[in-house]
Design a protein around this ligand. Sequence first.
Ligand SMILES: [Zn+2]
Length: 145
Amino acid sequence: MVQRRIEMTMRIARRVLDEIHAHAESTYPAECCGLLIADKGRMIIESMRVANAYSGTRRDRYDINPLELLDADRTVSHRELSIAGVYHSHPDFPASLSAFDLAHSFPWYSYLVVSVPKGRVGDTKSWIPSLDRKTAAEDDIEVGE
Ligand SMILES: [Zn+2]
């Protein structure tokens, strides 16, 4: 955990990023969300789609059911993988974390945000929330094979 904060780089496999981008376009104009699954070297090697459980308009909000998160955590732990973070899309909005996102974030996760202007993937940025969940630091994204 501490190491990751010093490192400040999210490493993600190209095909995983492609899957996330496809997911983001497919749910437009609603937000999509999912989990980032990492191997022991903290490389993100899988994504896991989860339902946007937000009960209101899903155009600018997402929510992940905590039971689904717990279940996913167990599943990946059995495979000696871990949940490194959460991704979601921002239809027609920049790829930064909103105040709502920050308030609902967990500081031990990375947050990948995909901007989807007019239904097509735009900027993709990674953020680490501060411990008080009021600000976030941007991570570099390193795309690997
Ligand atoms: Zn958001």
